[in-house]
Write a protein that binds this ligand. Structure first.
Ligand SMILES: Nc1ncnc2c1ncn2[C@@H]1O[C@H](COP(=O)(O)OP(=O)(O)OP(=O)(O)O)[C@@H](O)[C@H]1O
Ligand SMILES: [Mg+2]
Length: 380
């Protein structure tokens, strides 16, 4: 049997946002030492991690500094300097998911081509450099920047003209008239063992295109559930991913499941796992990158997660109203990300409600949406 001493491992996280914060919380619970790299001194993970290197996620020297003080590296965001990551791997540092996997995921075109290559069902697509050039898919379509998009930024739906088209390398996709958006967290270990979390439903806000709530488990038939799990697992095996992956999918009205995209990190659709599953997605990530056994992913109770976004017309220091009323709701847990400032639709925190009855959990979350607001000191 192996022997461990404290700290069990030194984890380096590139990025210090809420995903790093919650990963660090899980790591600290288990006796790891956590260093984060982030340009913002008071970033969400700062008050949880043992130490922080202040610097850009694109600064080769800072990435090297982080690697030197860590046994293993991971990241909470996909927009980071991949060239340096490749160099670090070549120099013998451990990074999960690997830069090879990240390179495919960073580029929406490469990602879609991989799905196509492995016959994983996905929306029809085509690559375009500029929309002034010729393309085959006809309007309406969805245009997505190949690189750099997040939270719906870099995605435009073009209905009957291309006035608002992005003039950058992108893909265009047929519009899927979906019944639901599904997601699943897949865990895959260094030796290729996998564990699936429950299939969940992501409900988006029509105006902001940001995920509003996540319902776990998704209200779907066992047949659809099986399809979604199979496709998600196939995708992670195809990419040979090691780590935690959020796989986003569309369920069409005629029962097809299409893969939308993969996130190579803990995902918003898996925040509910902190309270609702035996092993959270964050603990699972720490186990995987430390080459420790996978934890059980079973759902303990139905649950619903609600993102707490900054109100539309405010920025500045956040001001929360309705907190006491929110915390009076039974089965509710609040996660606050400690961001110093708010701006319109910024993800400031989330709440998760566990309830024996899923419909009751949804009702409770709807109450919170009415009660709780995150405004800022400055009206805009
Ligand atoms: N082909 C499509 N048909 C219909 N709706 C789509 C399509 N592609 C994307 N969408 C909608 O736009 C949202 C954002 O798209 P996508 O997930 O590809 O981009 P993203 O910027 O990476 O988003 P996020 O960071 O929020 O995951 C999807 O969740 C979905 O609601
Ligand atoms: Mg997405």
């Amino acid at each position: 049997m192996k022997q461990f001493s404290y700290p069990i491992k030194r984890i380096g996280i590139i990025g210090g946002g809420q995903l790093a914060q919650m990963s660090a919380q899980a790591a600290k619970t288990m006796g790891f030492y956590v260093t984060i790299l982030d340009p913002v001194a008071n970033c969400p993970a700062n008050n949880v991690a043992d130490s922080q290197i202040i610097g850009s996620l694109y600064d080769p020297e800072k990435l090297m500094d982080l690697a030197k003080v860590s046994d293993v590296l991971t990241y909470d965001i996909e927009h980071i300097d991949i060239r340096t990551l490749h160099q670090l791997v070549d120099a013998g540092y451990a990074i999960y998911p690997s830069p090879k996997v990240l390179a495919i995921i960073q580029d929406k075109l490469k990602q879609k081509q991989l799905f196509q290559q492995y016959n994983i069902p996905t929306a029809k697509f085509e690559a375009v450099d500029k929309l002034s050039s010729k393309y085959l898919i006809k309007l309406p379509f969805v245009q997505k920047a190949r690189m750099g998009g997040y939270d719906g930024k870099g995605v435009v739906v073009l209905k009957d003209n291309i006035v608002n088209a992005l003039q950058i390398p992108s893909i265009i996709e047929e519009v899927i008239d979906f019944d639901k958006e599904l997601a699943i967290i897949i865990a895959r270990s260094i030796n290729g063992e996998t564990a699936c979390y429950p299939v969940v439903e992501m409900v988006f806000d029509d105006n902001t295109n940001i995920c509003d709530i996540v319902v776990a488990p998704a209200q779907i038939s066992t047949e659809i559930d099986y399809k979604a799990r199979t496709i998600a697992l196939q995708a992670i095996e195809a990419i040979d991913g090691i780590g935690i992956f959020g796989v986003e999918m569309f369920l069409t009205h005629d029962g097809q499941v299409l893969i939308n995209e993969i996130a190579p990190r803990p995902h918003n659709s898996g925040h509910y796992t902190i309270e609702a599953c035996i092993t959270s997605q964050f603990e699972q990530l720490i186990r995987i990158i430390s080459d420790l056994p996978l934890g059980i992913t079973d759902l303990l109770k139905p649950s619903v997660m609600l993102n707490l976004l900054g109100e539309k017309n405010y920025r500045g220091t956040p001001i929360i109203t309705g907190l006491e009323e929110t915390l009076a709701i039974s089965g509710l847990t609040l996660h606050w990300y400690n961001k110093e400032t708010t701006h319109p639709f910024r993800k400031m925190g989330h709440i998760t409600v566990l309830d024996e009855n899923l419909a009751d959990a949804i009702d409770k979350v709807n109450m919170v949406r009415d009660i709780l607001t995150v405004k800022g000191t400055e009206a805009i």
